[in-house]
Design a protein around this ligand. Structure first.
Ligand SMILES: [Mg+2]
Length: 215
């Protein structure tokens, strides 16, 4: 029996807009004295570090001075607030329906500190029983410990929980390795974005409320 559903965030509950991400890089590159393309490359390469710890030491490692850091963080929070401000269609309704059915809800996201900072202001606030942010726990998917943190918080056994995600970070196989069920979500009419899940043998959905049919 399914007692909990645990969701990925990016490309599962919200769209990740790569164009907007490049615009952000262009906007902040000047604060670091770099060319926009150069900054964008460095920013992408730095994901593992900033997604497993606080932002300030990471920004310092890029050579961003103390006074520019405040401006950088403000711009980043504004960017993230905008991205997280637009849940995909049906997401909030699905979370409400899960609660109505007494199914616990969790979130496991690989993200940096700005997501945590703005989270209380987003439409998602208050909709999850447990939220696990990689930059807070210092672990990224598919590390099995990150799933166990969520499961322990939810008070369910792995076999009682489903994980739903777009498959980034090998997250679906990671969920299965700890004993959870795993559901692939991808955009309607499109192949899954990640090559490693194109042939995903498990269940797949293309609208978030389809998860209700697996309960
Ligand atoms: Mg994702």
């Amino acid at each position: 029996m399914t007692r909990a559903v645990v969701f990925d965030l990016f490309e599962t509950l919200i769209d990740y807009d790569d164009t907007r991400s490049r615009e952000f890089s262009a906007e902040v590159a000047r604060l670091c004295g770099r060319a926009p393309e150069d900054f964008h490359r460095v920013w992408r390469e730095g994901r593992p570090m900033r997604e497993t710890g606080p932002m300030a030491p990471y920004l310092a490692s890029l050579g961003i001075e103390e006074d520019a850091m405040h401006d950088f963080l403000e711009l980043r929070r504004a960017f993230t607030r905008e991205v997280l401000g637009r849940p995909r269609a049906g997401v909030i309704e699905t979370l409400n329906e899960l609660h109505r059915r007494a199914v616990r809800t969790g979130l496991i996201t690989v993200c940096s500190e700005d997501t945590v900072d703005v989270w209380p202001e987003t439409p998602f606030a208050g909709h999850f029983d447990v939220e696990v942010f990689s930059c807070v726990c210092g672990l990224r998917k598919p590390d099995e410990r990150i799933y166990r943190i969520a499961l322990e918080g939810l008070g369910v056994e792995p076999a009682e929980a489903l994980f739903v995600g777009d498959g980034a970070n090998d997250e679906l196989a990671g969920a299965e390795r700890v004993g959870m069920g795993a559901i692939l979500i991808h955009r309607p009419g499109e192949e899954p974005a990640w090559p490693e899940v194109r042939d995903w043998p498990g269940p797949r959905i293309s609208a978030i409320d389809d998860v209700l049919s697996f309960l």
